[in-house]
Design a protein around this ligand. Sequence first.
Ligand code: HEM
Length: 188
Amino acid sequence: MESTTNTGIISFLGAEQGPWKIASMQTLIGAPLPEASCLNIQQGAITPDHDSDAKWVLHGFISNLRYTHRSEKTMLDEHSKPLGRPEYNAAALIPIQKSKEWWNLAQDERRRIFEEDSKHIQQSAEFLTFISRQLHHSKDLGEGFDFLTWFEFSSEHTEQFDALCAILRKTEEWQYVTREIDIRLLKQ
Ligand code: HEM
């Protein structure tokens, strides 16, 4: 049994059963999460109780853009595909935390590192032809992560997705990442 508060919050539960099978869970930096077999995504702030099969739950919510300029937003809106495409049988949940140093910067300094230095949007944009994505914010919920990043794609494109992650992880932006777990999933 689980209790739910319906608040616009989305809950990601690592459990024994669920529509997404956890194919791998790689802790790149920081504390790991307990092993789980499957992932469930549910609307509402779910708090699993003692007889739930959940090993962990992460909460996030969809928010407004912080760093994206108008021209970038227009380009993203034109090229982004919605989640839930039947041919996208693979997914990645990558929870990320950034350092105090990052959060102590001013908004314009973070934007400069994110895009002018790291080219997060510029380098990622071409991947939108085969990746659907959704960013969830967690920091303001006081969770162990600041972001729950979610991606869906066809398993045929796993190598390309890995290549994008490798590009981003070499950027200056990633110098500020203090916790990152790369969770790969397959649709059951
Ligand atoms: C599929 C291609 C991708 C595109 C088009 C993309 C685009 C974006 C955009 C536009 C933002 C800024 C949102 C804002 O203005 O607030 C953003 C933020 C973010 N993205 Fe990506 N991204 C992609 C892939 C990835 C990947 C693979 C990862 C993780 C490995 C990632 C991690 C993040 C994180 C953590 C943030 C939040 C940054 C912050 O606010 O400090 N993105 N992304």
